[in-house]
Structures are given as C-alpha cells and as structure tokens.
Design a protein. Structure first.
Length: 280
C-alpha cells in the first residue's frame, strides 16, 4: 500500500487501486507507460470505474456510493478485495477483486466485479466497466451481430474492415460529445497507442443478452478533456434479493512488435491480439 493506494504486479504490468475514490483503478502501467488518464486531466472522469447498466437506472451522474465514495478493503495474500456500501439509488452493493493472472509472462490481470442486490425487490442489471485512456490511439475489436448505433450523443464514426471495427482517435478534441454502441464478438477489445497494447478479455454475449438501450462495447470521446472511454458490458440479469451477478475481465498489456503497422485494417495487429488472448 502506498498513500492509501493498493498495487498488484503481473509481469511487466502493474495495477493501482484507490479504495477512497470509489474503488477505481487509478493506474495501469506496462513497464513505465501509463494507459489510464489521471484526475489532472479530468477531476471526476479518470482511471477505470464500474457502473450498473442500463444507465436509465440512475441517469447522471453515477451513484456516488458505487462510483466515488470510499470502499472497505480486504487485502488477501494474492489479491485485493474491496466492497462498497449499499447504494440507496439502485439498491446494489459492489465487490471488486483484483489479482495477478496465472500467466505472469503474459502480463495478465484478473478483475472480478460482483453486483449484489441488497434491496428487498427484484432488480435487473448488467455489469459495465469504463476505462479512460489517453487520446490518439487505435481502438479495434471483432464485429458482432448488431450494427453500430448511437446513444444520447452523436456517433463516433468507425470503419469496418475484414470483420473488425476500427476507430482511430484524433489528438484534437471533437466539437461535441461522441458515443458509439455496438455488439462485438470473440470477447475482446484492444487499444493500441505509442507502440503499446491494452487488451480487455471478457465473455462474449449476444445482443438479446444485453441491457435495454445499451450494448456489449461502447466508446465515448470527450470534447471537454483529453481522454476517451473504452467500455464493455456483460449479461443483463434478473437478481432476486441477495442474489449476485459476477463479471470476470482480464487485462493484458503488451509491447507491439516493431514490424507490425499500427494502422486501420492491419490484419497482423489483429492476429497478434488473438495470439495473446489464446493463452488466457
């Protein structure tokens, strides 16, 4: 623990969690390279957080008890487990557990999110992980069964080539907020930036399993600060009182081989990701 933060290392990657700030991940590094944005870029929207989906459950801003209020900590031998209080808005309690993956050479992190229905009513929800990363990278993932659509804001336009969605972010901020939602496949998304790769690995779900008005993969581009959000959602489930929903995600960090071009449509880049996740 350092300054109230808790850290985990796996191979070349490290993760830092701040229980006092909604249990969010405030740092994810590959060697000394930082993937996530900090609060100096935006005082509220920084790092990686977790929300209940659909957004219609709480609108905006996110419930403070789940997103920004302190979590209690249980530091285990090989993992860090943090727990929120019961949220008065949604009736949910969150438990987040972080640990290094078994394959340390792969620089793999395990993230387990649990939503517990602490209310006396039947609830419906889906898990939703939101990670804010630096601008200027290349986001890509396999297309699914549902075409790309928009939610609330203008569409962040992307290209589809050989079954892959490609979004190249520009360093300049857009004039207005952009948000795209879509279905993926294969259970991964990847973000390439500065010769590095940030991969999220999760269970693929079909469109009929997704929360209403939401999607499996979302990406948001801010006009107010230098970050974009890479977002993934899990299965929409019915939870009786005291029942729980569990969402497992793996993060993998990697250096991109110098002979691979980091450009839209580069099949070698896609195959490099597939090779990495094959061992997870």
């Amino acid at each position: 623990m350092n300054s109230g933060y808790y850290s985990i290392t796996s191979g070349m990657t490290s993760l830092a969690i701040d229980p006092a700030a909604g249990g969010r991940i405030i740092s994810y590094k590959l060697d000394d390279y930082e993937f996530l944005t900090c609060k100096e870029i935006h005082p509220d929207n920084y790092g990686s957080t977790f929300w209940p989906s659909p957004q219609s459950l709480w609108n905006w801003p996110p419930p403070p008890v789940l997103d920004s209020d302190p979590y209690s900590v249980w530091e285990k031998k090989k993992s860090i487990k943090i727990t929120s209080e019961k949220d008065p808005i949604t009736g949910f309690q969150f438990v987040k557990e972080f640990s290094a993956g078994k394959n340390r050479s792969l620089a793999e992190m395990n993230l387990t999110y649990t939503i517990i229905n602490k209310s006396d009513e039947i609830k419906k929800t889906a898990p939703w992980e939101i990670s804010r990363v630096h601008k200027g990278g290349l986001l890509f993932f396999p297309i699914g069964e549902r075409p790309m659509g928009k939610k609330q804001f203008e569409l962040a336009r992307a290209d589809i080539m050989n079954g892959i969605t490609w979004y190249k972010d520009e360093k300049e901020r857009p004039a207005s907020e952009k948000l795209s939602i879509t279905d993926g496949s294969e259970g991964w998304v990847a973000y390439a930036i500065d010769g590095k790769l940030f991969i999220k690995r999760f269970r693929d779900i079909k469109p009929e399993m997704q929360a209403p008005g939401e999607a499996e993969v979302l990406f948001y581009i801010s006009p107010a600060a230098d970050y974009i959000e890479i977002e993934i959602q899990g299965k929409y489930e019915t939870l009786k009182p005291r029942e729980k929903s569990i969402f497992n995600v793996k993060w993998i960090g990697a250096h991109i081989p110098p002979d691979i071009n980091v450009e839209k449509g580069t099949q070698e880049l896609v195959e490099f990701v597939r090779k990495m996740i094959k061992h997870t």
